[in-house]
Design a protein around this ligand. Structure first.
Ligand SMILES: [Zn+2]
Length: 88
């Protein structure tokens, strides 16, 4: 899994805002991201250890240890879900 920091997610956040990929909730901390460029679907999952966020995606960028926009898209949806839980 890749540790997510403000620094290493910056580029992916910008790309995610530009592409606005479709995110589907699968289960807790597990999402399907529909590629904005083609018909591919990437599954991303998240973990939190010692207050640090980790993410993993199936795409080639993620395999190389890079934070892709799929992870950012999923993370954004994950944070949104968490905030809903808190107010519920
Ligand atoms: Zn990816």
């Amino acid at each position: 899994m890749i540790r997510l920091t403000t620094e290493n997610t910056q580029k992916a956040v910008a790309k995610c805002k530009q592409l606005k990929p479709k995110v589907q909730f699968i289960k807790d901390r597990y999402f399907a991201i529909y590629s904005a460029n083609n018909s591919n679907v990437y599954y991303v999952n998240f973990d939190v250890k010692d207050g640090q966020k980790f993410g993993k995606c199936e795409c080639k960028a993620s395999e190389k240890g890079l934070v892709c926009y799929h992870i950012v898209a999923g993370a954004t949806a994950n944070i949104y879900r968490q905030s809903l839980k808190r107010t519920a």
